[in-house]
Every structure is written in structure tokens, then in C-alpha cells.
Design a protein around this ligand. Sequence first.
Ligand code: 5GP
Ligand code: ZN
Length: 113
Amino acid sequence: MNDCLFCKIAKGEIPANKLYEDDDLLAFWDISPQAPKHFLIIPKKHIKDPASVGADDAALIGTLIRKAGELAAENGIGNGFRLVFNNGAEAGQTVFHIHLHVLGGRPMAWPPG
Ligand code: 5GP
Ligand code: ZN
């Protein structure tokens, strides 16, 4: 999508501090970290939110979640990390290109805010 921030990051039109990239996925450090380690994983394909994941996207999103675990381990938070998909403005979604938050490096409270 032309006016989507994360599509622009995926295409390299806007810089990001990347930690992983392949043909389908991109992971980059969050610009406003909420934990000592906080990165985002996105599919390069524009999908608006988790509720918009289609049957054809199931393998892609499964691979994205698997990558979250791998990257958490590679970045020193494999023993405990929080995965968050915000869906919709009311849940705190501000960028409408699906992204998985990976947070770690501090104790995580439950319930989340
Ligand atoms: P949401 O609130 O939609 O679940 O999460 C969006 C996340 O994207 C936020 O944690 C925010 O800090 C991050 N973010 C927004 N704009 C940028 C940006 O330009 N670069 C990076 N690296 N992160 C961003
Ligand atoms: Zn997008």
C-alpha cells in the first residue's frame, strides 16, 4: 500500500534498524521500545491486522511466529518474551500493517494494560 508506513519500511523507502530480513519477512527494532529488547516482525505483504489474515496467509503468519522465537533466542531473551499483536485502534493498534511485537529483557506483568 502506498501510504503505509510499514510497507515503506519493507521496501526500504524509510530506514529502520533491521535485525532480520528475507523474501517474506522483516524484523526491526521498535523506535519507541517498551522493554530492554523490543522488536517488530512484519510480513512484507500488506495485511491490515490479525483479523484480516486470510487462509492463504496461514503459512506466512505461522512462519512469522516461528521466526519470533528464533530471533528472541538469538537476541538473548529466549527464556522469556512477550508476543503481542494489537488488533484495532481500541486495542492500541496505531500502524495498520500487521506486526508482531516481541518484548523481553524485563519481567512481564499480567494482565497486560
Ligand atoms: P501498534 O501500536 O500499532 O501495535 O505498534 C506500532 C509500533 O510501531 C509502536 O510500538 C511504535 O513505536 C512503532 N513504530 C511506529 N513508527 C515507527 C517507525 O517509523 N520505525 C520503527 N522502527 N518503529 C515504529
Ligand atoms: Zn503495509
